[in-house]
Structure formats: structure tokens, C-alpha cells
Design a protein around this ligand. Sequence first.
Ligand code: CU
Length: 105
Amino acid sequence: MRRALLSIAIVLTVSSAARAQTPRWHGTGVIVALLPAPSRLHATRPVVVLDHEPIAGLMAERMSMPFIAASVELFRGLAPGDHVAFGLAETPDALLVVSLRRLAR
Ligand SMILES: [Cu+2]
């Protein structure tokens, strides 16, 4: 019985992690800062500060704000000033950037 419960817990953990990688919202903006961890904004997780356009279904106004990134790998090849498209997923502890790619200006 204990073994069965452990298996179920593992399956649930894996499926929620997979779900977190599917963006629920999509936005565009300009990179203000890329902050691998540790940084002044987070001790253990990478943070991207975005000057973002309104995000349909989530934020009605343009604003500059930090987001936790799912992985520092998302920062590769990007720099402040880049115009980007990004995807956001909701996780229990954060609104997470799960995709980030440069757009042509
Ligand atoms: Cu915002």
C-alpha cells in the first residue's frame, strides 16, 4: 500500500511539472534585465524583468515587472533591449516564464 501511494505521488509530481511547461498566457515585450540566480530579486531562481505589453486574460496594462523563469537556459542568446515573445504558466508558487524567444524588430 505504501509503495502504491509513493508511485501515485511520483506520477502526480511528474504530470504537474509537465503541465507547468505549457504556457497558459502569451505576451510580448522588451527585456529589461536577465538575472541568473542568485540575484537581488531571488536567491535561488532565475528572474527576467520584462517591460511587457498587455497580456490577454491576465494583465490589462503595459508594465515593467519581474518574472521567475523556469530555467536559466531560456536566457541563452538573449540580452536586455531584445524584443521577445514569452509564455507564462501558473505554478503553485509562481507565475513562471516557460518560453522566451527573440522577435525581429
Ligand atoms: Cu505585468
